[in-house]
Design a protein around this ligand. Structure first.
Ligand code: IMP
Ligand code: MG
Length: 205
């Protein structure tokens, strides 16, 4: 397919977002949620957030690294002036099990006192990371604080959390794609998938 460049000449288009990574194909066990399903949900969440935050001082806070993908897509479905900030936390290391220990690797750049903060999370597993972050952010006295979480593993939830904007409920399995990694890989897959068991047995690298 060719698209028209600014000066009118044909520009060869690159691969589309829905193309996946051929090298990852042998590792994928099952696609749980397609890229199209994810995009449809994000569009709905964006509309809801747009309606709720009109006229307010919206600041999106993303939890790195996983949330960078959902932040990019969600923010473009929020048709309001807004600002971004990011926090980086580490709870898992290179393993697939939660430790309950949260370390702040990068703190916020902006002052959030008196602002309407929406914390955007990729996935909530035990809820420990989010519980810690909410407590931490609340001490900085935002005017309001809500959470948008794209994926949520319901059965394993250890902490009871009030999540205003919800995407998909998942079974308690380890998943990759759409920002989520195993050993820092698979984040750029447009869909959410499980990996074949042998992937976890191979040496990391
Ligand atoms: P929690 O503290 O157990 O809720 O873990 C939350 C964080 O762990 C998420 O923000 C992810 O970075 C990571 N995580 C949880 N489940 C998965 C998964 O299935 N795949 C990849 N990362 C996950
Ligand atoms: Mg992770």
């Amino acid at each position: 397919m060719n698209v028209q460049g600014r000066s009118g000449e044909a520009v060869p288009s690159s691969a589309t977002l829905t193309d996946h990574v051929a090298e990852y194909d042998p590792d994928i066990d099952q696609i749980l949620i397609t890229g199209e399903e994810i995009q449809a949900k994000i569009s709905l969440l964006g509309e809801e957030i747009t309606a709720d935050y009109r006229g307010r001082d919206l600041l999106l806070i993303g939890v790195l690294k996983g949330a960078f993908v959902v932040m990019a897509d969600l923010s473009r479905h929020i048709r309001l002036p807004l600002q971004f900030d990011f926090m980086a936390v580490s709870s898992y290391g290179a393993s697939t099990k939660t430790s309950g220990v949260v370390r702040i690797l990068k703190d916020l750049d902006l002052e959030i006192e008196g602002r309407d903060v929406l914390l955007v999370e990729d996935i909530i597993d035990s809820g420990l990371t989010l519980a810690y972050l909410l407590k931490n952010i609340r001490t900085r006295r935002p005017a309001s604080l809500e959470v948008c979480a794209l994926f949520r593993k319901t059965e394993v939830q250890q902490v009871n959390l009030d999540i205003r904007y919800r995407g998909f409920e998942l079974p308690p399995v380890f998943v990759v794609g759409y920002g989520l990694d195993y050993n820092e890989r698979y984040r750029n897959l447009p869909y959410l998938a499980t990996l074949k068991p042998e992937v976890y047995r191979e040496p990391l690298g």
